[in-house]
Design a protein around this ligand. Structure first.
Ligand code: HAM
Length: 441
């Protein structure tokens, strides 16, 4: 190809590159105002219930030392093995965007001396989490969790309270077609003899397993139980069940959790294959599953007890239990159900302006009305009076305040009753008084 043609092609290529717009990172998304209504609804209701149940809010940084997750969540988990966003800082520290909230909360519990606080310590949190997963429906690389944790109480009533609160949040949000999938994975002792049994069982079926399961058989045999590969699911159906191999303490603890759930009439399903994908759990583990319209089930949230984690991360021996749900998944469920949110988009007063001078007056008037706790809408664009009145109707405004060129010069305002269409001119100084009077009337 002649040199000049090649150069021209290069220029064109560069130009095209310059003009393509920058796009959001794969697996991440913008959350726009219409969807934010649902986010507010989910977060506000969840916060309210957590406060009613005696939880205090905590925020931890979205990045932590990578080691926290390696030790906390577990080196052999999918999350730590392949899903973390990890960086080296200029100071050569290895840090990771948090893939989940619990490990950070445990670090904060230890570092802030919360073991000296009156126990149990009940904390709730919300915020973005990051996992480098294959994006698909309901699975993102940046997603948000709402969660709560209770530290310092080993009683089964606390497990039940956490499950009850999770249940209550979904009921309150209007997501009612759910069930609790529950299992106990025992303590370190009963689990280690069970793991051996499991390994023996799977060794005999090794040819029927997927590559991941073959690899995990030594390091993390429990995870074989919840592999989603068809052939591994077949093998798992006849695997020994941990419930039959719990020690007396774990067995009694689990029985008691179930009795509490019966007492508060929560629908649960005993699921011997539920082991969860994080290494810190002991005893009770559970997930909230929603029945979806396609006849399947999807997991909205998960949690469980993690009695060894505080000690493993350098704190005193402290039992703990918690739960978190994915806000995106919950919002998507609400959107599918076409739940109507009763959000007040009503503006009591709408400000209408015609011309530059009027626009300046409107800015100040808007401020005064807001300071007087009056809900107010405005249109600062160049629309006609007709289009601005249409907007006032859309906001269900009772009154419109109209300022044209003449009113701007006279320091007056036209006040219009939107229902009757009656209009009156009043002086600017008495606007707030007059509006309050008419809104009351
Ligand atoms: P998890 O099951 O890994 O548990 O995550 C909890 C929830 O976060 C999931 O049920 C799901 O709704 C949401 N989630 C997880 N990954 C994604 C993703 N890639 N995209 C969208 N949503 C996602 C935990 O994280 C534990 N920290 C829960 C816990 C709290 N255990 C004790 N306390």
């Amino acid at each position: 190809m002649p040199r000049i043609k090649k150069e021209l092609q290069e220029v064109k290529k560069k130009k095209r590159k310059k003009m393509t717009s920058v796009q959001v990172i794969k697996g991440m998304k913008d959350i726009l105002p219409p969807e934010q209504l649902f986010w507010d609804y989910v977060i506000e209701n969840s916060r309210k219930l957590c406060k009613d149940f005696g939880f205090g809010r905590i925020e931890t940084p979205i990045v932590e030392q990578t080691e926290l997750f390696q030790r906390g969540v577990g080196d052999n988990t999918d999350i730590v093995e392949k899903e973390m966003f990890t960086f080296e800082t200029q100071g050569k520290d290895r840090i990771s965007l948090r893939p989940e909230g619990t490990a950070g909360l445990v670090r904060a519990y230890i570092e802030n001396g919360m073991s000296k606080w009156s126990q149990p310590v009940k904390l709730y949190y919300e915020g973005p989490m990051f996992r480098y997963e294959k994006p698909q429906a309901g699975r993102y690389r940046q997603f948000h969790q709402f969660g709560f944790e209770i530290f310092g109480d080993e009683g089964s009533a606390i497990d039940a309270q956490v499950i009850y609160l999770a249940w209550k949040i979904f009921q309150k949000l209007g997501i009612k077609d759910i069930n609790i999938q529950i299992n106990s994975i025992g303590c370190a002792e009963c689990r280690s003899s069970y793991k051996k049994l499991l390994q023996d069982y799977y060794e005999m079926k090794i040819n029927k397993l997927c590559i991941d399961c073959k690899r995990r058989l030594d390091s993390n045999p429990l995870r074989l139980l919840d592999c989603k590969e068809e052939k591994c699911m077949q093998v798992a159906t006849s695997a020994p069940q941990i419930i039959d191999h719990l020690c007396v303490i774990c067995h009694d603890h689990f029985r008691s959790v179930l009795e509490f759930l019966d007492e508060v009439e929560i629908t649960y399903v005993l699921n011997s294959r539920l082991v969860r994908g994080l290494d810190y759990y002991s005893k009770t583990v559970f997930e909230v599953w929603e029945n979806n319209s396609e006849g399947g089930q999807s997991s909205l949230g998960g949690g469980g007890r993690y009695d060894g984690l505080v000690e493993m991360l350098g704190g005193e021996e402290t039992p703990a239990v918690g739960f978190s749900f994915g806000i995106e998944r919950v919002v998507e469920s609400l959107l599918k159900k076409e739940i109507q949110l009763n959000y007040n988009v009503k503006k009591e007063v709408f400000l209408i302006q015609l011309g530059d001078k009027a626009r300046k007056k409107i800015l100040r008037l808007f401020d005064k009305l807001v300071d007087s706790n009056i809900t107010v809408g405005e249109s600062l664009g160049r629309g006609s009076i007709k289009s601005q009145l249409r907007m006032a109707n859309k906001f269900n405004s009772k009154l419109a305040l109209i300022i044209g060129q003449k009113e701007a010069l006279d320091n007056t305002v036209i006040i219009r009753d939107m229902e009757s269409g009656m209009q009156e001119v009043i002086v600017m100084d008495s606007v707030i008084e007059e509006v309050k009077k008419r809104l009351k009337g």
